[in-house]
Write a protein that binds this ligand. Structure first.
Ligand SMILES: *Cc1c(COP(=O)(O)O)cnc(C)c1O
Length: 382
C-alpha cells in the first residue's frame, strides 16, 4: 500500500511552533544502506515506542512502501494500531505474552513471541478454540535474562513446539545484551549458545524454522555472523548509532527537533531565572524564551548543560528547564520572535545531536528519542 498522504501532516495543519521533522529521505537512505549491507538477509525494522519517537503509523507505512519484510514492535497494542492503520506486512510483537492477550494476536494476525512451554500450550489451546493457526517465533535466552527459554533448557522447548498442532513455528530468535560493546566476548558467547540451540534441528533431521534472527543494530554493525535469515535494526534505522563503536554502515539522523523564539527580553544582575532561581547573570544579557520543556520530553536533567542553535550559533539554556518553557542566554547577540530554534538538528555545519542531549541528561540516545512525546507534532518531509 503506497503511503497515504492524508496521514502526512502538512505545515499548515501544525500551529505549534515546537515540532519534530522526520526526513523520509533519510529513513529511506538508512533503510537501503542497511538492507544492502546485510543482503541476502531479510530486514525487520523495529518500530516500538512510537518508532523511537518518529511516529509509529507513518514510519510503518513508509517501511511497508519501501519493501520491509517484517515489522517488529514491543507490545500488542502497537501491533493492533498498525493493523487498524492498514499495515498488511507481517508484524512480530517482541514482548512477553499473557494468556488473555492471545485471542487479540490471532484476530489481528500478529506474530507471537513464545517464551516458555506453558505459553506455547496456551497459544496452541487458544488457536484451537478459535479455529486458527497461530504464527509464533520461539524466544531463546542466551544471556539477556529478560524473556525466553534458557539456552540450556531449549531442547525440550523446541521439542514441544514441534508437537503443537495449531501453531506454525515461523521463527526462532535471541537478543544480544552487549552487541554494541567494544568488547564482543559476551556477544560471541551468546551467538555460540544460539548456534548450539539451532543445531537441534540438524541433529534431529527436522527442518529449521524459516526465520532465524538475532541481530539488533549493534550486531548488524559488528557481528556479521549473527545475520542468519533476518536482522532487527532499531536505532540505526533512524540514523543514530547504538554506541560509539562500529560505523560499518553509514546512516544519518532522520529526526530534527525545532521550536521558535516566543519572547525576547534583557536580564539584569540580581534577577535569577526559573524555578529555584538556580542561575543569574553577572552582567546585563539578552535572553529568549522557547516553548519547549520536560513536558515534551526535553529532560529537566539537562538544566545547566543544554544548548540550542539560533541563527546558526549555539547558546546555553539557563536556569531550570520548566515543564513547557526554557530560557536561552544569547549574550550580546540578536534574536527575534519567530526565529527558528534547533533543539536537535544541524544547520550549516553546526549541529546538536541526540547523543549531545543524552550526554547532558546522563542517559542514552534511545531514551531521548522515545521520550519526545505526543504533544510534539510530527511533520514528514520528502
Ligand atoms: C529493541 C529491540 C531491537 C532493536 O534494538 P536496537 O538496538 O535499537 O537496534 C531488536 N530486537 C529486540 C528483541 C528488541 O527489543
Amino acid at each position: 500500500m503506497p503511503i497515504s498522504h492524508a496521514t502526512i501532516s502538512t505545515t499548515e495543519d501544525i500551529v505549534r511552533p515546537t515540532l519534530v521533522e522526520v526526513s523520509l529521505a533519510r529513513l529511506r537512505d538508512n533503510f537501503h544502506a542497511i538492507k544492502e549491507y546485510v543482503a541476502p538477509a531479510k530486514m525487520m525494522p523495529i518500530l516500538k515506542a512510537n518508532a523511537y519517537g518518529h511516529g509509529l503509523v507513518q514510519v510503518a507505512q513508509f517501511m511497508q512502501e519501501l519493501g520491509a519484510d517484517y515489522i517488529g514492535v514491543a507490545v500488542l497494542e502497537e501491533g493492533v494500531l498498525l493493523r487498524q492503520a492498514g499495515i498488511t506486512i507481517p508484524i512480530l510483537v517482541l514482548g512477553g505474552v499473557l494468556g488473555n492477550q492471545i485471542p487479540h494476536f490471532l484476530n489481528h494476525d500478529l506474530t507471537i513471541t513464545a517464551s516458555s512451554i506453558a505459553k506455547l500450550q496456551n497459544i496452541d489451546g487458544a488457536a484451537k478454540e478459535l479455529g486458527r493457526i497461530a504464527k509464533v517465533h520461539l524466544k531463546i535466552d542466551t544471556g539477556m535474562e529478560r524473556i525466553g527459554v534458557h539456552y540450556y533448557n531449549a531442547e525440550g522447548f523446541l521439542r514441544s513446539s514441534l508437537a503443537c498442532q495449531n501453531i506454525f513455528v515461523e521463527g526462532i530468535y535471541t537478543h544480544f545484551a552487549n552487541a554494541d560493546a567494544a568488547d564482543l566476548r559476551h556477544a560471541r558467547l551468546q551467538l555460540q549458545r544460539f548456534q548450539d540451540v539451532l543445531s537441534f534441528y540438524s541433529r534431529h533431521g527436522v527442518e529449521r524454522p524459516p526465520l532465524v534472527h538475532a541481530a539488533n543494530s549493534g550486531a548488524v554493525l559488528q557481528l556479521p555472523e549473527a545475520r542468519f535469515d533476518m536482522v532487527r535494526p532499531g536505532i540505526m534505522l533512524y540514523g543514530v548509532y547504538p554506541s560509539d563503536v562500529g560505523r560499518s554502515v553509514i546512516v544519518k539522523p532522520a529526526l530534527t527537533w525545532k521550536s521558535r523564539v516566543v519572547y525576547f527580553k534583557v536580564i539584569t544582575p540580581g534577577h535569577p531565572v526559573g524555578y529555584g532561581s538556580r542561575w543569574q547573570t553577572d552582567v546585563a544579557t539578552r535572553a529568549v524564551t522557547v516553548p519547549v520543556g520536560y513536558g515534551d520530553g526535553y529532560f529537566r536533567s539537562m538544566s545547566g548543560s543544554a544548548q540550542v542553535i539560533i541563527r546558526g550559533a549555539k547558546y546555553p539554556v539557563v536556569g531550570a528547564i520548566s515543564m513547557d518553557q526554557i530560557v536561552v542566554n544569547i549574550g550580546d547577540d540578536s534574536a527575534y520572535n519567530d526565529d527558528e530554534v534547533l533543539l536537535i538538528g544541524e544547520t550549516n555545519g553546526t549541529s546538536i545531536t541526540v547523543e549531545d542531549l543524552a550526554a547532558w541528561a546522563g542517559t542514552i540516545p534511545y531514551e531521548i528519542l522515545t521520550n519526545i512525546n505526543t504533544r510534539v507534532p510530527r511533520l514528514y518531509m520528502e
